[in-house]
Design a binder for this molecule. Structure first.
Ligand code: IPD
Ligand code: CA
Ligand code: CA
Length: 294
C-alpha cells in the first residue's frame, strides 16, 4: 500500500472487530461509569421521579448513561443503544423501544445505574449493566459493582468470569436448602401483588430470601453461586440482559416465569442454577405469581 495515495486504502484488508473488542469496550465503559457513580454517592443534586414517587432518577443516572453512550459510539458509531434513560418512562414506551431496538444488527442494552434507590439512600448495592446483542443473540454481558470492585463479564460460548476467575452457579438441588433473591419494581399496581404472591409462596419453602434492590447484581450473584436462584415480575431489558448471559455462561438457566426461553422482551424472569429451576417455576405458577394471566 502506498501511504501517500489515498486510493491505495481500498487494498487494505477490512478491519474485523472481534467480540473481544466489544467486550473490552463494555468493560471499559462499565469501569469508568462505576467509578463516577461511586464518587457521587451521597452527593446527589437532582432527585427526580418517573412513573411514581418510588421510581427515582438522578442527574447521575442521566449523566452516566450519556457517558456510556459516547464511549460505545466512539468505537462503534453505527451501533444502536437501548438505554434506560433514553426511553420515556412507562411500559408502553418501553415496549415500543424494544420493538424498535430489535431491528438493529448490533444492539447495546444499558442500565447506567441498576439500584438507583440504593444509590440515593447510600445503601451500597448497585451496579452498571451493559449487554451487547448481535443479530438477536445476547453476545456480551458486563456488570460492574463499584463498591466491591467486582467486574462480572460473560461472552457467549466462552464462559463468564469475575476478574478473570470463571464463575459458576451453585450445586444446590433442593428449594429447602436454597438462598433465593427477588425484587420489587416501582410498579405497585401490577408487579407488586405478583411478587408478593411469589414471596408468600416461596419463603416458607426455602432457607432464606434477599431483596437487595438491584436485579442485575442479583443475576450476577446467581452466576457466581452466591444465591441459588432469583425471580422478579416486571423487569425491563436493561435490568437483566447482561445478567442473563452471565447466568447462562455460568451453567445456569434463565426463563420467563412460565418456563419459556428468555428473550430481550421478557419482563417476568426466573434465573437459577438449573437444578431448582423447575420447582421454582412450579411454585410461582401454583401461587399465581407469574405475572401472566393463566
Ligand atoms: C430496579 C432495580 C430493582 C428492581 C427493579 C428495577 P433501577 O432498577 O433493579 O432491584 O426490583 O425492578 O427497576 O430503577 O434501579 O435501575
Ligand atoms: Ca434497572
Ligand atoms: Ca437504572
Amino acid at each position: 500500500m502506498n501511504p501517500l495515495n489515498p486510493d491505495s486504502r481500498k487494498e487494505r484488508e477490512p478491519y474485523v472487530v472481534t467480540s473481544k473488542g466489544h467486550t473490552a469496550v463494555a468493560i471499559n465503559a462499565a469501569a469508568k461509569a462505576g467509578e463516577w457513580i461511586k464518587s457521587r454517592q451521597g452527593l446527589v443534586k437532582e432527585l427526580g421521579t418517573k412513573t411514581s414517587a418510588q421510581d427515582l432518577v438522578t442527574e447521575v443516572d442521566k449523566g452516566v448513561e450519556q457517558m456510556i453512550r459516547r464511549l460505545i459510539l466512539t468505537h462503534y458509531p453505527d451501533h444502536a443503544i437501548l438505554g434506560e434513560e433514553g426511553v420515556e418512562p412507562g411500559d408502553e414506551a418501553a415496549a415500543a423501544a424494544i420493538t424498535e431496538a430489535r431491528k438493529h444488527e448490533y444492539l447495546w442494552i444499558v442500565d447506567p445505574v441498576d439500584g438507583t434507590t440504593n444509590f440515593v439512600h447510600g445503601f451500597p448495592f448497585y451496579c452498571v449493566s451493559i449487554a451487547l446483542v448481535i443479530r438477536g443473540d445476547l453476545t456480551v454481558g458486563v456488570i460492574y459493582d463499584p463498591i466491591r470492585d467486582e467486574m462480572f463479564v460473560a461472552e457467549k460460548g466462552k464462559g463468564a468470569y469475575m476478574h478473570g476467575v470463571p464463575t459458576s452457579v451453585s450445586s444446590e438441588s433442593e428449594l429447602a436448602g436454597s438462598l433465593l433473591a427477588m425484587g420489587f419494581p416501582p410498579d405497585r399496581e401490577f408487579a407488586q401483588p405478583a411478587n408478593m404472591a411469589g414471596l408468600q409462596s416461596l419463603l416458607p419453602q426455602i432457607r432464606g430470601i434477599r431483596a437487595g434492590g438491584s436485579a442485575a447484581l442479583h443475576l450476577a450473584y446467581v452466576a457466581a453461586g452466591r444465591v441459588d436462584g432469583y425471580w422478579e415480575v416486571g423487569l425491563k431489558p436493561w435490568d437483566c440482559a447482561a445478567g442473563v448471559l452471565l447466568v447462562l455462561e455460568s451453567g445456569g438457566k434463565v426463563t420467563d416465569t412460565l418456563g419459556r426461553a428468555y428473550d430481550i422482551g421478557t419482563c417476568h424472569v426466573v434465573a437459577s442454577n438449573g437444578r431448582i429451576h423447575e420447582d421454582l417455576v412450579a411454585s410461582l405458577k401454583e401461587a399465581d405469581a407469574t405475572g401472566y394471566k393463566l
